[in-house]
Design a protein around this ligand. Structure first.
Ligand SMILES: [Zn+2]
Length: 563
């Protein structure tokens, strides 16, 4: 069914909540393991209609935020969502209380029961007020950040609108853009410092109410991390610091040679090429045709997938007034249909978002059609879900020439280098947050000093050249995740580790790399991060010595593919 033929009806919340209570009672009373397994399927299906309606409303709303009808429907789901989530957690609680609960692990693998435990452990009535306060603190941060208007080039610009100026080929323009941004953050220095202190205090208070030492500990539950904890993450970061960073020094030296900027400072880092970044071919139809060819030639599975997506018009990727920014993939369970939303702006990011969201959508498409996989286990944790998308960005490389023409080699270099360099920054953000929540009494200046120490550890090539704001170690304050979604950032690093391995494997045997990827995709959400990597025969980055070889291979490839 085409997207615009899908009908929407506002769900009956009272009926759904009653159904949830009924399911919770049945889960608590299920007489044996088989009954419990059947009930798990049943409860997974119970939310299909609600989720379809909620996601339909959200798609329509984000496609035109000015439409009053869809705004009202979006408000309806914002208001009722928490009650539905609570009801779902109560069902999980009932499953966990059933003496036959191990039958779910036997049937569905390690993530089902562990995920329900995390959902139950992460929620506590005693933290409701603190959570509301946290949401208010985040809103204040968003107001400061989102409301930012700075003057540059005779115009009033938002922070995202500074982006093109930060990449301008004229170094004076870049510096001016960074200084304009820095000026805004410096002007709000006290407020941003105070806000962060309050966020740390709030989340640590929530953690203590729930019996944890601090939020760095509770975050592993809230982020539904299964099969690893702070110790594994520390081992991962240490390896990035010891085995990746020295390689990145070489990569940055290669970049300096390539761009002709002999002694790059912080504001020179966005420059990847002397003559500007790769540009994708223009035109919606040309690109969509290229995508169809690409996925037809990649595999029979992706051929079926792209036909379904395009024939049913499950894309909205062009920018236009009223449309919300960003990109996402969502799912319409009643139609077994993924949907892809993006805002193309004629940069190489257009191709990133297309292949990235198609990776998420392809996994959703496959999982929804597997009768063994219950809806609740269609998608793994965030650190694993991003493997589907990030690896797809690389596995489609043999067809990128259809989208980049003469700029294909430039794009391949940009994409591989960006992904590799990101590892260091991602780990830096994660280590910083662990320090902040374990040492909540640091003064604002002490926090910045910690950040500068970590910059030396993870990005020793950076020379801030007396840039205001950044130079005093406050640059972390413009990383939204640090305020809005603490401890989430490391997920990107963990999935990058898998994506880079798929990339390297594909260079020698693309068919083998694709088959490994497909094996991983087919496990959907029934396996943990470690298990998924093992399924694909990839190295698990928590293990000592696992990263060094990958880092060396990445550097070698980058060295041999300079353009
Ligand atoms: Zn993603």
């Amino acid at each position: 069914m085409k997207f615009n033929e899908m009908t929407y009806t506002r769900p009956d919340i009272d009926a759904l909540l009653a159904r949830c209570r009924e399911l919770a009672a049945k889960a608590a009373a299920a007489p044996d393991g088989d009954a419990l397994v059947r009930l798990y399927y049943e409860q997974s299906e119970a939310f299909a209609e609600y989720n379809t309606a909620a996601n339909l409303a959200n798609i329509h709303y984000t496609c035109d935020t000015r439409d009053a009808y869809w705004k009202a429907e979006q408000d309806f789901f914002d208001a009722n969502g928490p009650a539905v989530t609570n009801a779902s957690v109560e069902i999980s609680r009932a499953f966990l209380a059933n003496p036959h609960v191990d039958a779910l692990t036997a049937k569905f693998g390690t993530t089902c029961v562990a995920g329900m435990k995390n959902a139950v452990l992460g929620m506590d009535d005693r933290t409701v007020e603190l959570q509301q306060q946290f949401n208010a603190l985040v809103s204040r941060y968003q107001q400061i950040y989102g409301g930012a208007l700075v003057e540059l080039d005779g115009k009033q610009l938002t922070i995202p609108q500074l982006g093109p100026y930060k990449e301008d080929l004229d170094p004076a323009v870049r510096r001016a853009a960074y200084e304009a941004e820095a000026g805004y953050f410096d002007a709000h220095r006290a407020e941003l410092d105070e806000l962060y202190g309050e966020i740390v205090k709030n989340l640590n208070a929530q953690a203590r109410v729930m019996g944890y030492h601090d939020y760095s500990e509770l975050s592993y539950v809230r982020m539904n991390r299964i099969g690893y904890g702070p110790e594994e993450i520390r081992k991962f970061r240490d390896q990035v610091a010891n085995d990746v960073v020295p390689q990145l020094q070489k990569v940055m030296a290669l970049r300096a040679k390539r761009t002709g900027i002999a002694r790059p400072t912080f504001t020179d880092l966005p420059i990847m090429f002397k003559d500007g970044n790769p540009k994708p071919i223009p035109g919606y139809k040309v690109r969509m045709d290229a995508a169809r060819t690409m996925y037809h030639e990649l595999s029979p599975e992706t051929a079926e997938f792209i036909d379904f997506m395009q024939d049913n018009e499950l894309f909205d990727v062009e920018s236009r007034p009223g449309k919300m920014s960003g990109g996402y993939m969502t799912s319409l369970p009643s139609y077994k249909a993924p949907f892809i939303f993006a805002n193309w702006n004629n940069t190489s990011g257009d191709v990133d978002v297309l292949t990235h969201e198609c990776g998420h959508a392809f996994e959703g498409y496959v999982a929804e059609r597997d009768p063994e996989v219950p809806a609740d286990l269609e998608c793994p944790g965030m650190e694993s879900a991003e493997i589907h998308s990030m690896a797809m960005e690389f596995l489609t490389a043999p067809w990128h020439h259809l989208l980049f023409g003469k700029d294909t080699d430039k794009y391949a270099l940009l994409h591989a280098e960006d992904s590799f360099v990101f590892l260091a920054y991602g780990c830096e953000v994660d280590e910083f947050q662990h320090i902040m929540y374990q040492n909540p009494d640091l003064t604002p200046d002490e926090r910045n000093a910690e950040w500068l120490k970590l910059e030396k550890k993870y990005r020793p090539w950076i020379d801030f050249d007396n840039l205001p704001f950044y130079g005093r170690g406050a640059g972390w304050q413009r990383q939204l995740h640090i305020y809005e979604c603490p401890f989430y950032y490391i997920d990107y690093c963990l999935s990058t580790m898998a994506a880079l391995q798929f990339f390297l494997l594909s260079l020698t045997d693309h068919k083998d790399a694709w088959e490994r990827y497909l094996r991983l995709v087919r496990r959907a959400g029934t396996a943990s991060y470690t298990e998924l990597l093992e399924t694909a025969g990839l190295k698990v980055p928590f293990e000592e010595g696992s990263i060094k070889g990958i880092a060396q291979q990445m550097t070698d490839w980058l060295e041999n593919h300079q353009v």
